[in-house]
Design a protein around this ligand. Structure first.
Ligand code: SF4
Ligand code: SF4
Ligand code: SF4
Length: 412
């Protein structure tokens, strides 16, 4: 007997059945009644479509261990992929900010900015540790990174002088963006994406951002989105949500629609705050997924336009040794959440604590609850993330759903 693979997601329409395999990333359109949970070898042999699906692992032998198969592929690809040098640096020019968001993870950190001497050393560290021949990615993070734009200049000028090929992106509240900065983003910082964080409707925005001094940022930032688009700097709007502000999400979409001239060039998405992901379970995700459809209907770009189409070798920058975090003090860390006590070196001495550093490259065993999960090949077995998720399947399943909906819309 054969059974349907654990890595298959099926979606029926009036006329067809769509099958997506999360390991191979193949997607088939077939007859509506084709897919069954169990099949005999004889049935497969007599039906060319079922035969094809079996050859492509949509059906597997009853006792076949798919999580083991996935894990072997994963380990082999990781071993082949291992190359020397970093391709990604996440840099904190400052942990200071002109806003005081009620949910800020930096809230408990000491407010510090990178000194010029540290920035120069960080640039020298990047120049000596990047992967040769690769284009490297710099992510500017904070705090509000634009408070320390001179440190960003210093590091990027250094890299330019050293003829190192780089591009960058930034996570910002957007309030300090102006024409001069946009030109610099384009020319010197080589910025391909600015992610602006918002907080639903105007009153919620004012309350949550809690700026030291508020000057109509809610609407002026929306205008700046246009200027970024006009100047060929990619921009994405992320709206932080929980169950207390989600009711104002539609108001935000309406306001942004009025302000933005080319919504199709602006990806917009709603992201549950970490506290909400841990506590609110399904209710917050249901709201977020509904909003993704509103975003699509209103003509904004949606981050989940396509089915996942690559093999996830690394869960995030903390998994593996492809990238490193440099904080305001020049310390090296693995994770953007900068968990205290997890620094393994600094930009003067490089990696000092080899044990801590190597622990981020260890391949974790697959957890029991993941072995039969359809999302496993999209997840990787990495388990060091400090954030708790009440419903870990929600987002990967939604990504598949949105991708399938798009394919169905194009093919029905
Ligand atoms: S804008 Fe970002 S860094 Fe600034 S307070 Fe809010 S969450 Fe923190
Ligand atoms: S972490 Fe959650 S979504 Fe990922 S494989 Fe495990 S059970 Fe599935
Ligand atoms: S371990 Fe978690 S918080 Fe840290 S970089 Fe990865 S996903 Fe982000």
């Amino acid at each position: 007997m054969y059974r349907r693979s654990r890595f298959v997601v099926a979606k029926k329409t009036e006329n067809h059945l769509y099958l997506f395999h999360t390991l191979t990333k193949q997607c088939y359109q077939t007859d509506r009644d084709l897919m069954r949970e169990q099949l005999s070898a004889e049935e497969i042999e007599n039906n060319p479509d079922l035969k094809k699906l079996t050859e492509e692992w949509f059906y597997v032998k009853q006792d076949y261990d798919e999580s083991r198969q996935y894990f072997s592929v994963f380990k082999i690809l990781r071993a082949f992929r291992a190359e020397k040098g970093f391709v990604h640096y996440l840099i904190y020019p400052t942990s200071k900010c002109n806003a005081r968001c009620v949910y800020c993870i930096e809230e408990d950190m000491k407010k510090r900015s990178m000194k010029a001497e540290t920035a120069r050393q960080a640039a020298a560290y990047i120049a000596s540790t990047h992967r040769k021949g690769a284009k490297i990615c710099l992510t500017w993070w904070g705090g509000e990174p634009l408070i320390e734009e001179k440190k960003i200049d210093l590091i990027t000028e250094y890299l330019q002088n050293e003829k190192i090929d780089y591009f960058s992106n930034m996570i910002t509240n957007g309030s300090l963006i102006n024409e001069r900065i946009i030109h610099k983003m384009h020319d010197l910082w080589k910025m391909d994406l600015v992610q602006i964080s918002m907080d639903c409707g105007e009153q919620e925005y004012i309350r949550r951002k809690n700026y030291y001094s508020y000057h109509n940022e809610y609407f002026t930032i929306m205008e700046k989105v246009n200027e970024l688009v006009q100047n060929d700097v990619g921009v994405m709007v992320r709206v932080n949500v929980d169950m207390d502000n989600i009711a104002y999400a539609e108001e935000f979409i309406r306001d942004l629609k009025k302000a933005v001239r080319e919504p199709s060039k602006v990806p917009l998405y709603f992201a549950p705050l970490h506290q909400s992901r841990a506590a609110d379970g399904d209710s917050i995700w249901k709201n977020v997924f509904r909003l993704d459809h509103v975003v699509r209907e209103e003509g904004f770009a949606n981050r989940f336009e396509h089915l996942p189409n690559f093999f996830t070798l690394y869960k995030c920058m903390s998994d593996g040794q492809e990238g490193v975090v440099i904080d305001t003090e020049g310390r090296l860390l693995a994770c953007e959440a900068c968990v205290e006590g997890t620094s393994f070196g600094d930009v003067w001495n490089g990696v000092v604590d080899k044990e801590m550093w190597n622990s981020h490259n260890e391949i974790c065993e697959i957890r029991e609850e993941c072995k039969t999960c359809v999302c496993l090949p999209l997840c990787t077995p990495f388990s060091k993330c400090p954030h708790v998720q009440a419903n870990c399947k929600a987002l990967p399943m939604h990504e598949i759903d949105m991708g399938l909906e798009r394919i169905i819309a194009e093919n029905e």
